[in-house]
Design a protein around this ligand. Structure first.
Ligand SMILES: NC(=O)c1ccc[n+]([C@@H]2O[C@H](COP(=O)([O-])OP(=O)(O)OC[C@H]3O[C@@H](n4cnc5c(N)ncnc54)[C@H](O)[C@@H]3O)[C@@H](O)[C@H]2O)c1
Length: 335
C-alpha cells in the first residue's frame, strides 16, 4: 500500500507508540492521519507537537463503541490498532482492560469490514511467549504461561486473541492484517504504564530528586529494550507491505540487564550518585529472566526492517526529551 496520499487511522492515537507512528506517517506524505483515543490512559498532550499539522485530526472516540469506529474509518486505507491496556493498567482494571483489548479489537475488525479498510497493523507483544524457554525465540515458539504472573498472562491472552483476529479477518474477509510483537518499548513521550520501562523512568526521577538510583535485586534481570522510533518504523513498513496474516517480533535481538540500564542513566545524566541494590518488590512484573534472545530474522526477510537505535542513544533521546519537558513545566506560571 502507498503511504503517500493515504488516509490512516491510529486507534490509541494519544499513546507513546501511536504518536510516533503518526509522526512517521506524516513524514512519509500521508494525506490524513486520524488519531482516535478516548484518553482513558493517554492524553492529547502526548501529541501536542503534531496537532499543528493540518493533515492531523484528533478524534475523541472509544473502540468499545463501534458506531464511533464506523464514522472514523470512513475512507480510511489502513488502521493501526494500537489502543490497548498494558499489563499494569490491565491489572488495575481487568474488566475494562480485557474489554478494550478483546472486544475493542473485534470492533476494529468489524468496522474495517464495514468500511472496506484494506489493512490493519495490530500492536501485539512478546508477552505472547509468556516465559520463553532459553534459546533463540522465533515467531513459532510456543507460549509458556505456566510460570507467568496472572496479570501478565491475562495480557498475553488478549494479545493472542488479537493476533488470531488478524489471521481470521485476513483469511475470511480479505482484510490484510499483520501483528507486530513488540518487546519493551521506550523513548520520547515515555509514560509510567510499562512495567519494564519503569526501571528507566523511576531511576531517572530518583536521580533528579538527588536520590541514589536503585538496581532491583542483583541487576541481572534482562529485557529487550526497543526504541519507539524503530517500533513506529516497523508499523509503517508493515502497512506499506503486501504481507498479510503474519506475526513478527519487533525487538533488537539483544538483551540489556537492569545493571546496564542504571549504568547508562548514571552516564547520561552525569550524576555522582552511587546506585544501590534493593530487593524488587514490584507486585506486577513481566518475564523475569537473565537471558532473552528474540529473533528478528523473519521481519528483516519479509518486511526489510532492522532496529537502528542503540540502547545508549535511545536513553539519551529519552532523557533529552524529559529535560525539555521538565524545563517547560518549571517555566509555567502557577495555576
Ligand atoms: N509500551 C510497550 O512497551 C508495549 C510493548 C508491547 C506491546 N505494546 C502494545 O502497544 C500498544 C500501545 O502501547 P503504548 O505504550 O503506546 O500504550 P499507551 O498506554 O501509551 O496507550 C494506549 C492508548 O490507548 C488509549 N485507549 C485505551 N482504551 C481506549 C478505548 N476504549 N478507545 C480508544 N482509545 C483507548 C489510551 O487512552 C492510550 O492513549 C498497546 O496495545 C500495548 O499493549 C506496548
Amino acid at each position: 500500500m502507498e503511504i503517500s496520499q493515504g488516509k490512516f487511522v491510529v486507534t490509541g492515537g494519544a499513546s507513546l507508540i501511536g504518536s510516533h507512528v503518526a509522526e512517521q506517517l506524516l513524514q512519509r506524505g500521508a494525506r490524513e492521519v486520524v488519531l482516535l483515543d478516548n484518553y482513558a490512559l493517554g492524553s492529547p498532550d502526548t501529541v501536542k507537537d503534531i496537532l499543528g499539522d493540518p493533515r492531523v485530526k484528533l478524534v475523541r472516540g472509544d473502540i468499545l463503541r463501534i458506531n464511533e469506529l464506523y464514522d472514523t474509518f470512513e475512507g480510511a486505507d489502513g488502521v493501526f490498532a494500537i489502543a490497548g491496556f498494558l499489563t499494569l493498567p490491565l491489572s488495575q482494571n481487568p474488566s475494562l482492560g480485557l474489554a478494550v483489548n478483546v472486544e475493542g479489537q473485534v470492533n476494529i475488525f468489524e468496522a474495517c469490514r464495514y468500511r472496506g479498510v484494506k489493512k490493519v497493523v495490530f500492536s501485539s507483544s512478546v508477552a505472547v511467549y509468556g516465559d520463553p524457554s532459553p534459546g533463540l525465540i522465533e515467531e513459532t515458539a510456543p507460549a509458556n504461561l505456566a510460570t507467568f504472573q496472572p496479570a501478565a498472562a491475562l495480557y498475553s491472552c488478549t494479545k493472542m486473541i488479537g493476533e488470531n483476529l488478524c489471521k481470521l479477518y485476513s483469511a475470511r474477509h480479505e482484510i490484510q492484517a499483520i501483528a507486530l510483537r513488540y518487546s519493551t518499548v521506550y523513548g520520547e513521550r515515555q509514560h509510567y504504564r510499562g512495567v519494564n520501562a519503569l526501571y528507566i523512568m523511576e531511576n531517572y526521577d530518583r536521580i533528579k530528586r538527588g536520590e541514589a538510583p536503585v538496581i532491583p535485586d542483583d541487576g541481572s534481570e534482562v529485557h529487550d529494550y526497543i526504541h519507539v522510533s524503530d517500533v513506529a518504523r516497523a508499523n509503517v513498513m508493515a502497512m506499506a507491505s503486501e504481507v498479510t496474516g503474519e506475526s513478527f517480533n519487533v525487538a533488537t535481538g539483544s538483551s540489556v540487564s537492569l545493571n546496564r540500564i542504571v549504568e547508562l542513566l548514571v552516564k547520561v545524566t552525569g550524576t555522582k550518585l552511587k546506585p544501590v541494590h534493593k530487593a524488587n518488590t514490584s507486585a506486577v512484573r513481566a518475564s523475569i529472566t537473565s537471558q532473552l534472545d528474540f529473533s528478528v530474522a523473519k521481519i528483516e526477510k519479509l518486511l526489510g526492517w532492522k532496529p537502528e537505535v542503540s540502547i545508549e542513544e535511545g536513553i539519551r533521546r529519552l532523557i533529552a526529551w524529559r529535560e525539555r519537558e521538565d524545563a517547560v513545566q518549571s517555566h509555567k506560571p502557577a495555576a
